[in-house]
Design a protein around this ligand. Sequence first.
Ligand SMILES: [Zn+2]
Length: 117
Amino acid sequence: MKPYKNKINRIRTFALALIFIGIVIMYVGIYFRNHPIVMVIFMLLGVVAIIGSTGVYAWIGLLSMKTIPVECPNCGKHTKMLGRVDICMHCNEPLTMDRSLEGREFDQDYNKKSSQQ
Ligand SMILES: [Zn+2]
């Protein structure tokens, strides 16, 4: 089985990673103190990565409004679903909004098909 993760959690991890990447890029820039142009380029790239991450966080905020809160049948906790199929945030149980997909093996492609409406 593929290691699927809850979509909201996955995007959040990506945004966090972007911040760290931005900091690392700026840190690398400090090593080029003797080459101001190179240093400025690294600093700008770092700032762009951090701004990008802020954008991703704003995007999560927008997505959160479209999520459907459901109670996970497996662990009983409340989780947020995005799209027709998603994974429980707490126990990684596959969840579906579509009864016709119930019992089927989890497949992210179900979301792609539904998004073409
Ligand atoms: Zn669960």
